[in-house]
Design a protein around this ligand. Structure first.
Ligand code: AMP
Ligand code: MG
Length: 343
């Protein structure tokens, strides 16, 4: 990342003319795969084009997250959200009532919609939200992109509700901060997972449980009741169907191999490389796409396992290894492991 003492640029959007210019500049950055900190009514988000694996990988790099949590993808409205997820009638009812606003829906993800798999950490569901903040709305509309955005702070520090919080936490890891003044809500969005006609409260936040229950006409289910420790700790994670072996320097001929760095994968015949130049940001960007592809091939060809090369445990490598370990863990405790770094 370029070290430039003028970074981050903070663009004030206090007047309509300034806002229009600032958003145009921010949209250009988004469309060239860069990160932009944007105000939302909940907290400031660190936004990237959710259709661009590398841009999404940069979010994790900038935050210094030791794990790939699935991110919330921000859209303009229900119509745009329909490109990426399937709405049951209940999900549609909740969105119609609370969007735009501080409510996130976790819904079945459409497989063919061109979103980065890294944005949802390889899961078959996707968290989507239409923010109310006019600047966030403008950035989505002008860039024309769905925006993956966790809170715009380094991992482990508190969520930013003002532009200067973002600058203090991320420094030159973000090029541009859109300054929309203090966040109106100031806490994270409420997250509700809708599975057909069931609605589960995954995280309390800016919309009260009671308000949602008035719309659905029944109690929201809670993760505790579902046998999971606490909201915010509900973590489902991607796991391939095939057996996954880690830290394999030399694969077998009957395995699909996911290499890292210079390696032709022989004697394996099905070989993917996370990054042949050994670049961890590129590796992160490719991780879930390669796992999915290897899994499909393993199943089609009846291969014995997917073997993954050792990945250095530094920079984004730590998050890559964390996810690989979870993906390789014995089944049967899905949704019960790991702590969240929620925005
Ligand atoms: P943040 O972006 O930091 O506000 O965190 C987003 C929250 O949404 C995290 O707690 C995630 O685990 C949760 N989340 C995002 N996508 C999903 C999903 N597909 N299923 C369950 N939880 C999700
Ligand atoms: Mg956070």
């Amino acid at each position: 990342m370029a070290k430039n003492s003028l970074r981050p640029e903070i663009l004030d959007a206090a007047t309509p003319a300034a806002a229009a210019l600032a958003v145009e500049r921010a949209a250009a950055l988004i469309n060239s795969g860069e990160l932009v900190a944007m105000p939302t009514e909940t907290v400031y988000g660190l936004a990237a084009d959710a259709t661009d694996d590398r841009a999404v990988a940069r979010i994790y790099e900038a935050k210094g997250r030791p794990s790939f949590n699935p991110l919330i993808v921000h859209v303009a409205d229900l119509k745009m959200a329909r490109r990426y997820v399937d709405f049951s009638p209940l999900a549609e009812k909740i969105a119609a009532e609370f969007w735009p606003g501080p409510l996130t829906l976790v819904l079945p993800r459409k497989g063919d919609a061109g979103l980065s798999l890294l944005a949802s950490a390889g899961l078959e569901t996707l968290a989507v939200r239409a923010p109310a903040s006019p600047l966030a709305q403008a950035l989505i509309r002008i860039s024309g992109k769905p925006l993956a955005a966790p809170s715009a702070n380094r991992s482990g520090s508190i969520s930013p509700t003002r532009a200067d919080h973002v600058r203090d936490s991320l420094g030159d890891r973000v090029g541009l901060i859109l300054d929309g003044g203090p966040s109106a809500v100031g806490v994270e969005s409420t997250i509700v997972k809708v599975d057909g006609d069931r609605a589960i409260l995954l995280r309390p936040g800016g919309v009260a449980r009671e308000a949602i229950e008035r719309v659905t006409g029944r109690r929201l289910e809670t993760p505790e009741r579902l046998g999971v420790e606490a909201p915010g700790m509900l973590e489902s994670h991607y796991a391939p169907k095939a057996r996954l072996k880690l830290n394999v320097a030399k694969p077998g001929a009957d395995e699909a191999y996911i290499a890292f760095g210079k390696h032709d994968g022989a004697p394996a015949r099905v070989v993917y490389n996370l990054s042949d130049r050994g670049d961890l940001v590129e590796a992160a960007a490719n991780l879930f796409a390669h796992l999915h592809a290897a899994d499909r091939m393993a199943s089609a060809l009846g291969l014995y396992a997917i073997a993954v090369a050792p990945v250095p445990n530094e920079g984004l490598g730590e998050a890559i290894n964390d996810r690989l370990k979870r993906a390789a863990a014995p089944r049967g405790n899905d949704g019960k492991t790991g702590r969240q770094d929620s925005a």
